[in-house]
Design a protein around this ligand. Sequence first.
Ligand code: UDP
Length: 162
Amino acid sequence: KVIFFNNLSDFMEKTLVILKPSAIQRSLVGEVVSRFEKKGLQIVGMKMVSLSDAILEEHYAHLKEKPFFKRIKDSMQVTPVIVMALEGLEAVDVVRMMTGPTNGRKAHPGTIRGDFSVSVQENIVHASDSPESAAVELKRFFTEEEIFSYPRPTFANLYAND
Ligand code: UDP
């Protein structure tokens, strides 16, 4: 299916990524951030935070009744995490594709989970799964002032007057 983007800004999306403790502990922060940057996604928010029980119970509400919920919650609290807001055309899908499926053992090489995880739980990153959940999740982790809007580099920015 070919989509003609008449008005690009209609398809611009923001999505939430969390670099989980598995990324922090294994020194994969630069590697993962670099992949998103090189792909062409724009970083519009980024900070390190410790996740409280309350925020994790909200964020993983769909898993709250599972027997392994406490294990997941604990694993998200062993170190602080880095939360990122990424912007781009269809950014939610682009980031999910780069992330790969939940189980690192089933994720294709080339995806973040496929390249760096052999686990279901310790799977390096969280990424919003739809534009609707991205909107909710960005609000959960960022204030309005922490999400930035700035021009991308153009020829003029790169070369100024030389
Ligand atoms: N998780 C787990 N065991 C499971 C399902 C999920 O440890 O059986 C963890 C895993 O870290 C996953 C997170 O809980 O990334 C959230 O699960 P979800 O089903 O929302 O998967 P995701 O959207 O992260 O791929």
